[in-house]
Design a protein around this ligand. Structure first.
Ligand code: HEC
Length: 110
């Protein structure tokens, strides 16, 4: 029984946020309308970057022209400053692709 790796591969968003989301939840909530240091991540999947109501985004994010899908989220979470130079998100990036994938599945479910 290879429990640990099976659990990582078989992440189900219905069971709640993946462990890796702890790195995001210091600044982001998953509740609609609850902006913290970062914008709420509820409902952003499929939407334009920099478009969460009531959040003061950087000019860089608002002008990025990005739409959040698997590809753009993956690239941004891996290296925020490379994808959006000038972003106000002070996060170095998540290098582990499996963890990024779980977070994307979670964001999609919100
Ligand atoms: C230190 C606080 C902080 C941490 C940690 C952080 N973020 Fe952010 N995040 C922000 C801020 C601030 C913004 C707004 C950036 C801007 O306007 O340039 C943002 C923006 C975003 C956006 C764009 C939202 C939109 O609607 O355009 C996404 C997606 C995002 N963060 C995901 C994540 C994920 C996933 C993690 C964890 C891997 C994470 N962030 C960790 C502060 C943080």
């Amino acid at each position: 029984m290879a429990q640990a790796s099976d659990e990582a591969a078989a992440y189900d968003p219905a069971s709640g946020p993946p462990k890796a989301f702890a790195q995001c939840s210091i600044c982001h909530s998953a509740e609609p309308g609850k902006n913290m240091i970062g914008p709420s991540l509820a409902g952003i999947y499929g939407e334009k970057a920099g478009d969460v109501e009531g959040f003061n985004f950087s000019p860089a994010m608002m002008k990025s022209g990005l739409v959040w899908d698997d590809e753009t989220l993956d690239a941004y979470i891996e290296n925020p400053r490379k994808v959006v130079p000038g972003t106000r998100m002070s996060y170095a990036g998540m290098k582990n692709p499996e963890m990024r994938q779980q977070i994307i599945e979670y964001i999609k479910s919100l």
